[in-house]
Design a protein around this ligand. Sequence first.
Ligand code: HEM
Length: 621
Amino acid sequence: VHTYRCFNVNLAAAKQSGIPYICTPIYTFNRFWLITHRLWLPLIKALPHSWTSSWIDYLVPEFLWNKLYGPFRKIGSDVFLIVSPGHNTLYVADPEAISQITTRRNDFPKPIWMYGSVDIYGKSVVSTEGAMWRHHRKITSPPFTEKNNHLVWQESLHQAQSMVTSMVSPDAQTSSPVWDVAAQAMRLSLHVISKAGFGVRLPWPHEQAETEVPQGHTLSYKDALSILLENIIVVMLTPSWLLGRSPLQVHKTANEAFIEWGKYMRELYQQKRTEVQTGESREGMDLMGALVKGAGITSETVGANGHADPEKAASPSSKQLLTDEEIFGNAFVFILAGHETAANTIHFSMMYLAMHPQSQRRLQKDLDDILGDRPVSEWDYDEDVPKLFGSMCGAVMNEELRLIPPVVGIPKTSTAGRPQGLQLGGKHVTVPQDCYVTLDTAALHRNPKYWPHTSEEDLLDFRPERWLVDSSSSSSNKAADPHAHNDEAYTAEEGLDFDGPDKRPDTASSLFRPAKGAYIPFSDGYRSCLGRRFAQVEILAVLAVVFKTWSLELDVGLTMSDAELAEADAELRREAWGKADARARGLLRTGMMTIITIQMRKEKVPMRFVRRGSERFDYAV
Ligand code: HEM
């Protein structure tokens, strides 16, 4: 009876909203359903098709990725509601609506209860709202400057070279099949944030001598961090009282890494606090230093035990603006938010380029034009990054983020008791109170009204050339690229006002500029990504290092051995490549799953590094 009543209340609100709606009998993101839906779905599918056809697709938690723009096309509207007994949810692939939602921060706040699981060390800029969020954002924003992006650039160049060396020997013509490009990209990205943000340089296995475990620790910093991140879902989902007591090995491993990394953070924090108190200041991004300074730590706010005293910190007269836990909470989310997203972009860019040799050749031409024969040590942030940003390199990054934005559904909400109006194409609609809102990036980025495309299929495919507005030249006109000097998109600090939205556009002005609200891989408005420039610089650096020297090819080993390939005629080679390409495309459609971000989780796509000029498959596809 309760379920039926709730459903009726939600349905009545949807009817009054003026927004098209679909009814489902179950709330898809109900925890019980999330865990058990695979048991029930076959039973529901056995019911007559005519009963279930209008809603069954929406009961699969991955439907945002599975269906892309399909539901919006079917309903004939770029916003629609799903009405269920548990909740009403608004799905949005309309730029006008997105601009309103992301700029009306108080009307459409983040549902922060969804982020509770990232608070394993404490609250942070990601998991707070309202005045508390402003406070965190004010303290965490200062290190994200253009000046510090120089550091990100240098470290990314270094780490990208190490990554390539870990996969292919510098004097080889071609690598063995590399199955774990995703894992290597993850490692690279973790190393970049660790060094640029926290001053700790992590070694690659081939660079590593004996790993020393410092006194007082049971794991090295590197192992503590990587084991923690490998087991992050276990840590997030297990109550802390259980994690430390559970006899299960998985809990013991996760707990050890959790405690160890916490200890390392505490040591770094102590060191920074001493530096701050003695007036030492460090060059560089120094995220922990910025957190300590921003938190207003002084001798007054330190308790008898040597740590920040939460009571003193909370007192209005105190200068301690963040508690110890909040400092650790922020340090942790920088690592978490800062590595997986960028790593996915690097991995999928490499994979898409391996599937599109012609785009790869064009990228390499641009890299040659921009970087010439200069060694990596002479690549210059001020000179080269703006050109890369406005060239095929930027286009590849933008196109990858269009197709696979790491966050495929950015969550917002309308609060209880406060229905919210929206203007859509001159029409007024009402988002019901207490309604979840999903900014459906996977659909928005394929909305045919806002993207240059030649066919429906083209819009779904990777074609970075769509970003090159003047297709006759992607790098040749870069001397005139305003990013090189004072373009609004790349001027130091401009628009990075801590409590206003970052107003700088996501893409270079020499490339296609999507309509406002039509391209939001980094979200938009006040709660947009703090690390956007950091990530973009890292991704451009890695793509430049890899593709300046190497080409990437899909490995055809699942169809043909190297010996067979050497003997094969052109037709057989093409057939083998076609099978590898079809397998990669299939996995991109059906092998993806979101845990924190969307990744290919079912199987992997093997690739090979081939020295430029020795490519074996150079098909126009
Ligand atoms: C390609 C890389 C990246 C993408 C696509 C990305 C995307 C996003 C998105 C969509 C959000 C909004 C999430 C939400 O509202 O729930 C976000 C927030 C955030 N990101 Fe990123 N991100 C990337 C890299 C980074 C990096 C490198 C860092 C830090 C070094 C970072 C730090 C943050 C932080 C701190 C927030 C929270 C901002 C706030 O709520 O005020 N991100 N990011």
